[in-house]
Design a protein around this ligand. Structure first.
Ligand code: MLT
Length: 334
């Protein structure tokens, strides 16, 4: 009897001590749309490492790769209501919930990694982050830069708009991207990211577009042959935190999370600079044929910008906003 009393008291004491020490310890649940080897994963790992370091080991995070926690668009809803802590996903999958971020997916606006860094890390990025909190209940705390979205397909080499005709191309459920393909003369098939590999494999769709690093991480080389070096969208993939979860953190922990996000953003630029060329070579080794569009992509550029830009000025915040974006990256106003 005595020894039983002692052990139960010891258990109670241990539980008390543990709850005192780790009551606020967090293990953030982080949804990741892509699989291992992706830029999204690299951002997530860098964020968790910084979080652990800045919190002296108190907080951590766990990545759930490959859309395990639902489609990218579903994770925005989950985070908005606070049932998911964080998600790393392509910005084009945030746009349906917060239209002003659509400016990052307008064709041929962002023409380099430097443009992407300037726009996301400057005043425009801060404003869009604020809009995303108000519109979608999620806060952007880090940015992933994955490179230009390249067109892949299983059927035929594509170097011109004419070559594209007849192909069934999967796009995210994103109006800007749908309209861009329409400007190029085809009607694309909107499909969730989590269903895309299966869609390509079963040939429900012939092709899709995503950056080299994503094509490789998702093993699309198993089901796609031809790659066209389009540059219509530079892929930006934020790490978002549920605003509800963020507001429940202490002021000190909020600072830690924001600083860890900054470090993850810097790590993402470095990951892209180090990996993109190497991964392009890897895709060639895996049997993909990579080609450039004819005439420096001119026809793609003209058709897309003329038809798509004006259609979305209102949803991104007006023509003045468009001009502010263009000015920030040294381009002429419209
Ligand atoms: C999409 O095509 O839906 C996304 O860009 C995929 C991704 O997150 O890599």
């Amino acid at each position: 009897f005595l020894s039983r009393m002692t052990s139960s008291a010891a258990i109670a004491l241990t539980a008390t001590i543990m709850s005192m020490g780790v009551a606020d310890a967090k293990n953030f649940k982080i949804a990741v749309g892509d699989s291992g080897g992706s830029s999204q994963e690299a951002t997530g790992l860098a964020f968790v490492e910084a979080l652990e370091e800045l919190s002296g080991g108190e907080h951590t995070g766990t990545l759930f790769l490959n859309g395990q926690l639902g489609s990218e668009q579903d994770t925005v809803n989950e985070a908005a209501i606070g049932t998911l802590d964080m998600s790393i996903l392509a910005i084009n999958n945030v746009t349906p919930f917060s239209p002003t971020v659509g400016v990052f997916s307008l064709p041929y606006v962002i023409l380099s990694l430097e443009d992407a860094e300037k726009l996301t890390q400057g005043p425009i990025g801060a404003e869009l982050t604020e809009n995303t909190i108000n519109d979608a209940g999620v806060r952007i705390i880090a940015w992933t830069y994955t490179g230009f979205r390249r067109l892949t397909n299983s059927k035929q080499p594509v170097t011109s708009v004419a070559d594209l005709q007849g192909l069934v191309i999967r796009v995210p459920k994103n109006e800007i991207m749908i309209d861009t393909y329409k400007a190029w003369g085809i009607s694309p098939t909107p499909m969730a990211w989590s269903e895309t590999f299966a869609g390509l494999q079963t040939q429900v769709v012939d092709g899709q577009d995503n950056p080299y690093i994503t094509i490789n991480a998702m093993k699309f080389y198993e089901v796609q042959k031809y790659v066209t070096n389009l540059r219509y969208i530079f892929s930006i993939e934020p790490l978002i935190i549920s605003e509800q979860v963020f507001q429940e953190l202490s002021a000190e922990d909020q600072e830690i999370v924001l600083e860890a996000g900054k470090r993850a953003t810097a790590a993402s630029s470095q990951f892209l600079r180090e990996k993109e060329a190497e991964i392009k070579e890897l895709l060639i080794e895996k049997g993909m044929e990579i080609m450039d569009p004819v005439n420096n992509e001119e026809e793609f550029i003209t058709l897309a910008t003329e038809a798509v830009w004006p259609k979305f000025y209102d949803s991104i915040g007006g023509i003045e906003k468009m001009n502010a974006v263009l000015a920030e990256i040294g381009r002429d106003p419209v």
